[in-house]
Design a protein around this ligand. Structure first.
Ligand SMILES: Cc1cc2nc3c(=O)[nH]c(=O)nc-3n(C[C@H](O)[C@H](O)[C@H](O)COP(=O)(O)O)c2cc1C
Length: 540
């Protein structure tokens, strides 16, 4: 193991939640230094995108994204770019209680703190003036801020680039040392939102796996030119190609000129979280070879697709996605949609979002079935690749049943019974984990992946978990339910319950999530997403 890998493993242990001993965090919140959730670049030329919400075309149904290659392709225009960014990172609603108002977005985010910032590098677009170059997406205004021109290379009209960065301070302000994990999970969710958003337009979002952080930071104007205030650095996270035409990838061999515009300051004072900062350095990504494609034979066949589920337009599903703050403990779901949801978690390179994620699966799902008609309550395991399922089975030192579920070869019943209290307990006592119809714990093949792929793979494991989370969020809406990501869980108690050795970090839980029937919080008023934009702004 390298020194970097050891640092990360130490960080992972330090940032664990333990009963009565949360990870180092501020304790109470310093409200006067709450980070601004919206980055802006003063003096950068602004290009307002057409206002979302208009238009009569609902686009494809959620289930149609199972086969995205068949979907009609939209040309790149201000209107299609507006749709893509709205459904990736745009606002979906405002919530209000008393004088407090906050925005919700297409991507969920731990604590609604939104560390992620999105960028696009565009070729010339008809009807969009001189917009070729690097732009920052400003979600509140739904506008592009032009940061730089392309000074070397050229993007083909067959696509464009999407880059993501993170401002860890936005999360560490509330969560202290554990915040890095949340930033990485959030990035995984955004990988999901861009994949789904692209697919609704007939496009494909493909992660650029090879690029180093140094090169990516230069491409996004975040290297030495980053003028963020001390204490709130913005770091490169990932790059994706958005391919508009089949077999015509957007070329990413471009260089940008000096970036324009000063980033706004997010807080007037900051607090350092040294272990998180050291871990962030340790997981810097070097240039890497393209990942080997997973041999299809090694993957477990997905469970059967069920008709009837996910007929709603994907765009509406994305706009309606909300984390449930409470779930109705009396509600059930049907077996068909349940199997469909789990089936969508099994990688299939023909399907969104797996058509853009080049890494082989490293995460299995422990599934706590509480109330699914036709599926006995109990603990199940969804293996997502045969070899890893076998290895995890060996590591679980408990007399589990391993009974294959009829019609779903990837799912095994480990232990029948009512696990509602236990699921709640493992999720740091959060009621949603027991009140949902089912909840999951995502268990990563942790130490071996870091050893094989290097310390930076800590990031890609969290991306995989966030991506799985985004699938479950959207599929839950498609099934008439809701989901809530659970980043706060008792790490070691989850491992111990599954029979995994607490002294070893071979397998680690990275994320949990509950699916159920949302109980609306009636204290909150809801306002439309872009009601605050000028009414005369061009609409889609
Ligand atoms: C990585 C991650 C971890 C989260 N952890 C929790 C959690 O532990 N408990 C909870 O109630 N919500 C959790 N959430 C849900 C967020 O609070 C929610 O996404 C945010 O408030 C924005 O609301 P929205 O999802 O409705 O847009 C988490 C979300 C993410 C993406």
């Amino acid at each position: 193991m390298s020194e970097e890998t050891d640092k990360l493993r130490a960080y992972h242990r330090l940032s664990m939640h333990r009963p009565g001993r949360p990870p180092p965090s501020p304790g109470s919140l310093d409200w006067k230094n709450q980070p601004d959730p919206f980055r802006r670049f003063a003096d950068a030329p602004l290009f307002d995108l057409p206002r979302p919400g208009g238009g009569s075309d609902d686009g494809p149904a959620l289930a149609a994204l199972d086969r995205p290659a068949d979907l009609p392709r939209q040309p790149l225009s201000p209107a299609s770019l507006s749709r893509f960014l709205e459904l990736s990172l745009g606002l979906t609603a405002w919530k209000q209680v008393g004088n407090n108002r906050w925005a919700l977005r297409a991507n969920p985010s731990s604590g609604n703190l939104h560390p992620s910032e999105g960028y696009v590098i565009l070729p010339p677009i008809e009807d969009a003036g001189d917009e070729a170059g690097l732009h920052h997406y400003a979600p509140e205004r739904h506008a592009l801020e032009k940061r730089a021109r392309i000074v070397q290379g050229e993007l083909s009209a067959g696509g464009f680039l999407f880059g993501l960065s993170a401002i860890p301070w936005r999360e560490s302000w509330k969560y202290g040392e554990r915040a890095l994990r949340y930033c990485l999970l959030d990035a995984g969710h955004v990988l999901g939102t861009i994949s789904y958003a692209a697919a609704t337009l007939g496009w494909r979002a493909r992660l650029v796996a090879e690029i180093s952080d140094g090169e990516l930071a230069r491409l996004l104007g975040l290297d030495e030119a980053d003028q963020s205030a001390p204490g709130e650095p913005e770091v490169a996270e990932f790059l994706a190609r958005i391919e508009l035409a089949k077999d015509e990838p957007a070329n990413q061999a471009v260089k940008i000129g000096p970036p324009r515009g000063r980033p706004n300051r997010l807080s007037s004072a900051h607090r350092d979280w040294p272990e998180m900062a050291a871990a962030r350095l340790a997981l810097s990504k070097p240039q890497t070879d393209p990942p080997p494609s997973p041999p299809p034979a090694a993957l477990l066949g997905p469970p059967p697709k069920t008709p009837g589920a996910a007929r709603q337009a994907a765009r509406e599903v994305i706009r309606q996605r909300r984390s449930a703050t409470g779930m109705d403990p009396r509600m059930h779901m049907a077996r068909g949609p349940f199997l469909r949801m789990l089936g969508r978690c099994v990688p299939d390179p023909q399907t969104v979002p797996w058509n853009g994620f080049p890494y082989p699966p490293r995460i299995a799902l422990a599934v706590f079935v509480h109330r699914v008609r036709g599926v006995a309550p109990g603990l199940y395991l969804l293996g997502r690749d045969e070899a890893r399922r076998a290895a995890l089975g060996q590591a679980m030192d408990k007399p589990f049943q391993w009974k294959a579920v009829d019609g779903c070869s990837a799912l095994h019943l480990l232990a029948p019974g009512d696990h509602r209290r236990l699921a709640r307990g493992l999720a740091c006592g959060q009621e949603i984990a027991g009140d949902g119809v089912f909840s999951v714990a995502m268990i990563a093949d942790f130490a071996a992946t870091l050893e094989a792929e290097g310390a930076w793979a800590y990031r890609r494991l969290h991306w995989e978990a966030g991506l799985l989370g985004q699938i479950l969020y959207l599929e839950a809406v498609g099934a008439g339910l809701s989901a809530t990501g659970i980043g706060a869980f008792f790490d070691q108690e989850t491992h111990a319950f599954l029979g995994l050795d607490r002294q070893s970090d071979a397998w680690q839980c990275l994320y949990q999530l509950s699916v159920g029937a949302a109980v609306p919080d009636r204290r909150l008023a809801t306002l439309p997403a872009y009601h605050h934009l000028a009414a005369d702004r061009d609409a889609l």
